[in-house]
Design a protein around this ligand. Structure first.
Ligand code: FAD
Length: 416
């Protein structure tokens, strides 16, 4: 491969794809292109710690020596604006880059809200380090912050800024927090803990418009006419995948760049990974586009293996975490479609896990401050082991023993 592999997007997926290509023994050229003018960095800390701590530094995904040491040609501050039919990329501002294989790791961007006043200074979303720096600066000068959207990012920011002493109101259009991402019991628990911290949560409410003074936001007016004073408004109503580059090149799109089980798009030389990619999930059989560090890194690893000639299908167990105030939420599996559940631990102690079942099949586990349950859950689902609900109810030791027995029988099952 003379022109080698070009990766567009230097976030979690893009950097992992570059690393995995080298780990897999690929020795051709690797060019990693990102539009941000930063060494690639971890996104999760931005909403959890970075925005409240004036001294916090970005956490690089890899040290500088990684790029030079692995002959990865990292090109920051470069925007790719087209893919042409000759396996070439067009660089915004001029120039082209040829490739043999292209990995699109273009991620996603905050969903915009059409709202009167959305253009005022002090109205922001959080996606990048540049956004986080500005939110940190503005929140330090703000007494009142209004957050639109009660999803993971909105609630993480709410807890972080509340802990830093700001008055925080979250406005969520649905009548519960965290959409359909978690079980109602988890959403209710999160609500109760956030309210105990002093976060005001308005569910079943929308913001009708934003008011400003001198070009800066000063208040959010809710659909019921309440005026919420705010010097900072953060919009956290979800993300949309960055598919435009692929779409313009004629690549199939379906709520993301459509990929097969090997991360190949409808043009086989072009692969897609991470937040931008949608696929049929092996675990549920449904079409998904997942937004998590795990999904980005595992897909990137697989894309690298596809490029060097392996042909395994994507079969990683999905997992996710979020830190909201004093709650570490960890999810493994995909729990939609469950019809029963078993609870371990005590919500009143802020430590419990919910095991979700469809019939007798364990779909996934949601944990609050029970990391050992989460880790064991990853092992169980990874091994294809679905414990009976009564084994779960007997507690972690019984589960560990059942998993050990299942794993011991594995060779016999495989040869049967
Ligand atoms: P990104 O990390 O978004 O990287 C894509 C990069 O490509 C971006 O830099 C983008 O600017 C660039 N790009 C796009 N188009 C072009 C182009 N045409 N030319 C050049 N460059 C381009 N996940 C978890 O699992 N747990 C968490 O706790 C968690 N917390 C989060 C907190 C925050 C504040 C945010 C924003 C996200 C969080 N996530 C979390 C989600 C996780 O960060 C994403 O799922 C992950 O970053 C996806 O990786 P990616 O590489 O696909 O996309």
């Amino acid at each position: 491969m003379k022109n080698g592999v070009v990766i567009v997007g230097a976030g979690h997926a893009g950097v992992q794809a570059a690393a995995s290509l080298r780990e897999e023994g690929y020795d051709g050229p690797v060019i990693l292109i990102g539009d941000e003018n930063e060494p690639p960095y971890h996104k999760p800390p931005l909403s959890k710690t970075f925005i409240k701590d004036a001294d916090a530094k970005p956490q690089p995904l890899r040290g500088e020596a990684f790029y030079s040491g692995n002959a990865i040609d990292y090109r920051p501050g470069v925007w790719i604006d087209r893919i042409d039919g000759e396996l070439r990329l067009g660089v915004s501002g001029g120039g082209t880059i040829a490739f043999d294989r292209l990995v699109l790791a273009t991620g996603s961007r905050p969903r915009l809200l059409k709202l009167d006043g959305a253009e005022l200074a002090g109205v922001m979303s959080l996606r990048s380090l540049a956004d986080a720096r500005l939110i940190r600066e503005l929140s330090a000068q703000s007494e009142e912050v209004v957050i639109l959207g009660g999803g993971f990012i909105g609630l993480e920011i709410a807890a972080t800024l509340r802990a830093a002493g700001r008055g925080v109101t979250v406005v969520e259009a649905l009548d519960r927090l965290l959409g359909r991402a978690v079980a109602p019991a988890i959403a209710a628990h999160v609500r109760q803990r956030l309210e105990a911290m002093g976060v005001r949560l308005l569910t079943g409410t929308t913001v009708a418009r934003l008011e400003g003074e001198g070009g800066r936001v000063s208040a959010a007016i809710t659909s019921s006419g309440e005026r919420l004073p705010a010097q900072l408004v953060i919009i956290g109503i979800g993300v949309v995948p960055n598919v435009e580059l692929a779409e313009a090149a004629g690549i199939a799109i379906a709520n993301g760049i459509r990929v097969d089980q090997h991360m190949q798009s409808s043009i086989p030389e072009i692969l897609a990974v991470g937040d931008a990619a949608s696929y049929r999930h092996w675990f549920t059989g449904g079409d998904v586009r997942l937004e998590s560090v795990q999904n980005a890194t595992d897909q990137a690893r697989l894309a690298a293996r596809t490029i060097v000639g392996h042909a395994e299908p994507f079969a990683a167990v999905p997992w996710f975490w979020s830190d909201i105030g004093d709650m570490k939420l960890q999810m493994v599996g995909l729990t939609q479609g469950g019809d029963s559940h078993v609870v371990l631990g005590e919500p009143a102690e802020n430590r419990f896990s919910i095991y979700h079942y469809a019939g007798n099949r364990l779909l996934g586990i949601e944990s609050v401050n029970r990391p050992a349950d989460h880790m064991l859950g990853r092992k169980m689902l990874g091994a294809g082991f679905s414990p009976a609900p009564h084994t779960v109810a007997a507690g972690p030791d019984a589960l560990k023993a059942a998993l050990a027995a299942f794993s011991q029988d594995e060779p016999a099952r495989a040869s049967a």
